[in-house]
Ligand binder design. Structure first.
Ligand code: CA
Ligand code: CA
Length: 377
């Protein structure tokens, strides 16, 4: 403890025995409570949940103001638990003082009663350097094998936000586009794709695969927004693919070693060019599909056999078809986890990203707390 803090503690304890001391008012930065009232009436608490915080001037009527930051890049931003005792890991996906900034915060426990809150803090000169967690993947729990944000709508990057650094290679003109969360990747349906360079799931791994997608209209036969381990021949691998049961319907399709099986998403995505949050989970032999956070269909009759080919976004690795079954449209926020997330988790992911100011409650910014600080002349 340095002398300033020692004296401060002594002063708080009523120990004022030193001479030559004075008192001044010290600012300790701004604070804004953020509650998650949107996650309510659920029996399940979500552990280490990555919450999206979208900051902008006066977000939610909070009086939030970028001009109070010390760092133009937002390096003095901090997140703490509601009691202001524990630092929370966070990742700055984008920082835009003229608009919206996108920040992911790892919340240790998101209680099902809507009572969880955290604190955002900034403007404290003692807390103004960039933290490692803003870029090192600490937000994403160990189950996440890859998370691709596709920022920022201007210069596309295929970087993986997790500690695994499963960065994607952009091929044949994948373009930067406006996304559902900041930027997205645009695929032309001719030859664009993102190659992750390896498979991320194998053996008996469970999974949650999710992405925001916006179909560009009619699709190639068996077009795939994402594929994992599907290679030439054989009945192995797993894909999100059009063609089940008809050419325009998207399904989770997978090989069980002897045949291809499918679980649909319940509607014609090729004709629906709105953004949708598409999720599929594998828990043992139970495969479940979700559209916009709601379970659609389930099948437990077959057991997936993974293939050995790379994870690709925007196409099927399968290469008998000359077009590689490329997808046409926009894809954003792709996540692959080896954990079969619950329906509550999937629902919370959808609500938090689709309706941010409904799921998150941005409280009124508290100005710097002014308190007595004792100093030596
Ligand atoms: Ca192209
Ligand atoms: Ca994005």
């Amino acid at each position: 403890m340095n002398i300033k803090k020692t004296i401060r503690v002594m002063a708080l304890c009523g120990v004022m025995v030193l001479s030559g001391l004075g008192v001044r008012v010290e600012a300790a930065g701004y604070r804004m409570p953020i509650a998650f009232a949107g996650y309510t009436n659920q029996a399940e608490s979500l552990t280490d949940f990555p919450v999206l915080v979208v900051l902008s001037n006066n977000v939610g009527g909070s009086a939030f103001d970028y001009s109070h930051f010390l760092s133009p890049a937002g390096w003095d931003l901090r997140f703490r638990d509601a009691g202001d005792t524990t630092d929370l890991n966070y990742e700055i996906e984008s920082w835009n003082t003229n608009g919206a900034s996108h920040v992911w915060v790892r919340v240790p426990e998101l209680a099902g009663d809507g009572a969880t809150a955290i604190l955002a803090k900034w403007g404290d000169s003692d807390q103004s350097t960039q933290l490692d967690c803003t870029t090192n993947g600490a937000v994403w729990n160990a189950g996440y094998k890859g998370v691709w944000h596709f920022p920022d709508g201007v210069t596309l990057g295929g970087g993986d936000a997790t500690t695994n650094r499963n960065n994607g290679g952009l091929s044949n003109g994948v373009s930067a586009a406006s996304g559902n969360i900041d930027g997205a990747a645009g695929f032309d349906g001719a030859n664009d794709y993102v190659d992750i360079g390896r498979q991320l799931l194998s053996g008996s791994d469970n999974f949650t695969i999710s992405l925001w997608m916006k179909s560009g209209g009619s699709q190639n036969t068996y077009a795939c927004p994402i594929s994992q381990g599907h290679g030439n021949g054989g009945c192995s691998g797993v894909v999100l693919q059009y063609g089940w049961p008809s050419a325009t319907n998207l399904a989770l399709a997978y090989g069980d070693g002897s045949g291809w099986r499918s679980v649909g998403f319940g509607y014609n995505l090729a004709a629906d060019t709105a953004w949708h949050f598409i999720t599929a989970t594998k828990s043992g032999s139970t495969m479940t599909t979700f559209k916009d956070g709601i379970p659609v269909a389930q099948n437990s009759s077959y057991t997936l056999v993974y293939g050995t080919y790379n994870l690709n976004i925007g196409r099927d690795y399968f290469n008998t078809d000359s077009n590689h079954r490329t997808f046409k449209g926009l894809i954003d926020e792709v996540r692959v986890s080896s954990v079969a997330h619950s329906s509550n988790w999937v629902w919370a992911c959808y609500q938090n990203t689709a309706s941010n100011t409904a799921f998150n409650s941005y409280g009124t910014v508290e100005p710097p707390r002014k308190g007595p600080v004792v100093f030596m002349d």
